[in-house]
Write a protein that binds this ligand. Structure first.
Ligand code: LLP
Length: 415
């Protein structure tokens, strides 16, 4: 699944750097990303949208490392953020605030002020109460807040229930049939400027049917608004394109966008997208070392130095990440449960995987670029992994491994 991962004389390498060299230099567990793979993924969007007014806003939540953000900023990407913290990261990485859209149901007053001061491109507003707060705060700051309503088109994305967001009874967005009335209200507000409309129906979408259905509904609403004199400048169709983890066959970016571009043909609005996973999921892996092999009557365990605190997706969603030996040995393959050192039975990274390995060997968990490090924690007082971006034959340490002291630096014992 990772386009720039290939076999070399010293085992698997990413671009021109052997994974063994990364482990040697920075230790394990370590997240490793390929700059070329990031650029390829971004180019797929850019090429598919060539000749249109369009903005690709990388969904920072998928992976918010400054090095990653800087790669996308250099490519001219915009950013989809969901917190003031993410905005700070984007600015620290050299991102353009004028290309930032701000999603999320719970924007605080402080986050709104921060984003207004930075001059972001658009607030994707998810409720009437949020709209009122934004109008008030923008007034206080003597500015006008650019807004889109995030509407909930009530389309079933046919993905994991935890990551589907566009159905009627989840917390996201403004109910479709109330959106018109809310736009009318926004149009009457002194400190709000209506800029566009947004929707996001879910993640890991494996065909473009549901998003095309959502887009059709959204366009219907855009036309109704126009008939009332409310003209939108952009249409934001969110993120969601899936990737191949195992044997999924997601459409290419071009195939995914094709039906949407057909629908939008001849329209003047700028088109925005908020992809996360499809830009970085398959540009990264988690490199880990086997501490022990523990054969058993029914199952063999490979106990590695990464755990659910590093990569939560298997424990959380029963997600599949391919596991490969970096330098397979000349021994018979055995099937292993790949588990971490954390004290929970749920601490597994992969089930029943054939590996030809010995203790001390390196294993790579693939497709871990998105929602890997970003969802990591310090459970069991485990320092978070290091992060490295490979660029040709160079490796850049873009996040140092945490130290244990830093984990409790903000705490204090009782006197
Ligand atoms: N825009 C909005 C408003 C979103 O809520 C999301 C993801 C995205 C864009 C980016 O979606 P993507 O292109 O990455 O599918 N932790 C889960 C995924 C949660 C996605 C949440 N929202 C996972 O590990 O699969």
């Amino acid at each position: 699944p990772i386009p720039t991962l290939r076999p070399g004389s010293a085992g698997l390498q990413i671009e021109d750097v052997p994974l063994a060299a990364i482990a040697e230099r920075f230790g394990t567990p370590t997240y490793v990303y390929s700059r070329a793979a990031l650029e390829q993924a971004f180019d797929a969007y850019r090429d598919a949208l060539a000749g249109r007014r369009a903005l690709v806003c990388y969904a920072v939540k998928a992976n918010s490392n400054l090095g990653v953000l800087a790669v996308f900023a250099k490519l001219g990407a915009g950013f989809d953020i969901v917190s003031g913290g993410e905005l700070s990261r984007v600015l620290a990485a050299g991102g353009d605030p004028g290309k930032v859209v701000f999603s999320g149901v719970g924007k605080s007053a402080g986050e709104m002020r921060q984003a207004l001061a930075a001059g972001i491109r658009c607030f994707n507003v998810e409720s009437e109460a949020e709209l009122e707060r934004l109008d008030m705060l923008a007034g206080e700051l003597g500015t006008r807040a650019p807004i889109a309503l995030r509407v909930n088109p009530d389309v079933d994305p046919k993905t994991h229930p935890y990551i589907s967001t566009g159905l009627k009874n989840n917390k996201f967005g403004v109910a479709f049939d109330t959106a018109l009335a809310l736009y009318r209200r926004a149009a009457g507000m002194a400190n709000v400027r209506i800029s566009g409309i947004a929707c996001h129906i879910g993640s890991q979408l494996l065909d473009s049917g549901p998003i095309a259905e959502a887009a059709e509904k959204v366009l219907g609403l855009v036309d109704e608004l126009a008939a009332e004199g409310i003209h939108l400048d952009h249409i934001d169709l969110g993120g969601g394109l899936g990737i191949r983890y195992r044997d999924e066959a997601p459409p290419s970016v071009a195939a995914y966008l094709a039906p949407l571009l057909r629908l939008l043909d001849g329209r003047s609005e700028e088109l925005c997208f908020e992809p996360g996973r499809s830009l970085i999921g398959n540009a990264g892996l988690l490199l880990t070392r086997i501490e022990y092999l523990k054969p058993g009557a029914e199952r063999n365990f490979a106990i590695v130095d990464a755990a659910m605190n590093d990569l939560a997706r298997p424990a959380l969603y029963d997600a599949y990440h391919e596991a490969v030996a970096v330098a397979p040995r000349d021994v018979p393959e055995r099937n292993y449960e790949i588990v971490g050192p954390i004290c929970e039975s749920g601490d597994f990274l992969a089930h029943d995987r054939p590996l030809a390995v010995a203790a001390g060997d390196l294993v790579a968990l693939l497709s871990a670029g998105a929602y890997g490090m970003a969802m990591s924690s310090n459970y069991n007082t485990r320092p978070r992994a290091a992060e490295v971006i490979v660029d040709g034959s160079r490796m850049h340490l873009v996040r140092q491994r945490e130290t244990v002291e830093s984990l409790y630096a903000l705490e204090s014992p009782l006197p």
